[in-house]
Ligand binder design. Structure first.
Ligand SMILES: Nc1ncnc2c1ncn2[C@@H]1O[C@H](COP(=O)(O)OP(=O)(O)O)[C@@H](O)[C@H]1O
Ligand SMILES: [Mg+2]
Length: 380
């Protein structure tokens, strides 16, 4: 049908009738209408297609955008995942910290309890200390008043002692004169009336003389003893070794028949009053001389002890010795551990020595055993 429309075909057809012709015209119109509609339809379809293409284009762009967005979302998700693991790590470590913290807390609570206990104990101790302090203060007060009392008593004692010493000094002094008369007149009787008296009377007179002489010796010793406390102290450095040698020589000179070896350490110096220390040394050495007299030979030593802390001076002998149980008694006035028959004496010598040593601020003590000699130690 190229170049020919449906209408032209109809017009070329032989028309047998009027009606047929109008029917064909109607069909022709209808076909035209259809063609018109179809063209319009086509146009519409084309614009629809264009729209669809536009939509497809838009959709493509959209799709690209979506892919980009998806990537971004994926990136975000990735970041988020790593964030999440980091967060989880953080959470773990945070939990660990919390664990540690709770342990620390427990420990701290323990420590706190211990501290509270200590504080409680401390409180208890404090009250105890306060109580003890109160007690101490009371004791100090008591002690102070006791001390004052002692000082008062001491003052009284010193005064009484002085009085007593003055008294005994003057009594001793005054006793000497009548005693000298008793001895002197007894001697005169013995000498001038010896032929007129029988032997018993003579013996009695001898006894009177011996007693008077003993009494005189006692009085002399007592006077010496009281002088030791009354006299003033003059301190100087003394060669005690030289002093000992001098006394030893005097003793040997007085009794040259005795065989006594003196062992005197040289160069021993002491600070003290020359007269008083001479009296002390003489008393001690004279005692050693006397209490070794029962032995055929003897050894008397003067030295200084290195074995004893205070390094005291010592005078040692190998004589009669004494019972060590009474070592303290030796220094009491008139205290004697040996009978006057065995060894004559008054028992005042060591009391004098002790006073002298005490006046010098020193100490004196003795060691000994029966028949094993004696050692006298003293410090200054
Ligand atoms: N070297 C000594 N050995 C043994 N006994 C001693 C010695 N020195 C002193 N005594 C004892 O100590 C006593 C007191 O001594 P002391 O006062 O000197 O008195 P006295 O020498 O006049 O007896 C003595 O009677 C004697 O018993
Ligand atoms: Mg003596």
């Amino acid at each position: 049908m190229s170049g020919q429309t449906a209408g032209s075909i109809l017009l070329q057809m032989p028309l047998d009738s009027k009606s047929e012709r109008s029917a064909i015209e109607n069909a022709h119109r209808a076909t035209l209408n259809i063609l018109e509609d179809f063209a319009a339809e086509k146009c519409e379809l084309e614009s629809g297609q264009r729209a669809t293409l536009n939509i497809l284009e838009d959709f493509d762009a959209e799709k690209k955008r979506m892919a980009g967005a998806e990537r971004a979302v994926l990136n975000i998700l990735e970041d988020f995942a790593s964030e999440k693991s980091q967060l989880e790590d953080f959470q773990h470590s945070f939990l660990n910290i919390l664990d540690d913290f709770s342990q620390e807390k427990k420990q701290l609570e323990g420590t706190q309890r211990a501290v509270l206990n200590i504080l409680e104990d401390f409180e208890g101790e404090k009250t105890k200390v306060e109580r003890a302090n109160g007690q101490l203060e009371r004791e100090i007060k008591e002690r102070k008043s006791a001390e004052e009392e002692i000082q008062r008593t001491n003052r009284e004692l010193r005064a009484a002692n002085k009085e007593l010493e003055a008294f005994s000094y003057s009594v001793s002094h005054d006793l000497r004169t009548p005693l000298r008369s008793i001895d002197g007149f007894s001697q005169a009787l013995l000498e001038d009336y010896a032929d007129k008296l029988d032997s018993t009377a003579l013996e009695h007179l001898q006894r009177v003389r011996r007693a008077a002489q003993r009494m005189a010796a006692l009085i002399d010793d007592m006077l010496n003893l009281s002088r030791v406390t009354r006299c003033e102290l003059h301190r100087e450095t003394l060669d005690l070794s030289a002093m000992a040698k001098l006394i030893a020589a005097e003793l040997q000179e007085a009794e040259p028949g005795r065989r006594v070896e003196f062992v005197i350490e040289s160069g021993l110096a002491g600070v003290g009053d020359p007269q008083l220390l001479r009296a002390a040394m003489e008393n001690l050495l004279r005692n050693s001389w006397k209490y070794t007299s029962g032995h055929p030979t003897a050894r008397i030593e003067f030295g200084r002890s290195n074995e004893i802390d205070k390094h005291p001076f010592l005078i040692r002998d190998d004589g009669a010795g004494f019972d060590p149980r009474y070592a303290d008694r030796l220094f009491g006035a008139f205290q004697r551990l040996h009978s006057a028959k065995e060894f004559p004496g008054t028992g005042v010598g060591l009391a004098t020595v002790q006073r002298i040593i005490h006046r010098h601020g020193g100490e004196i003590w003795a060691e000994g055993a029966v028949e094993q000699g004696a050692t006298f130690y003293f410090t200054l």
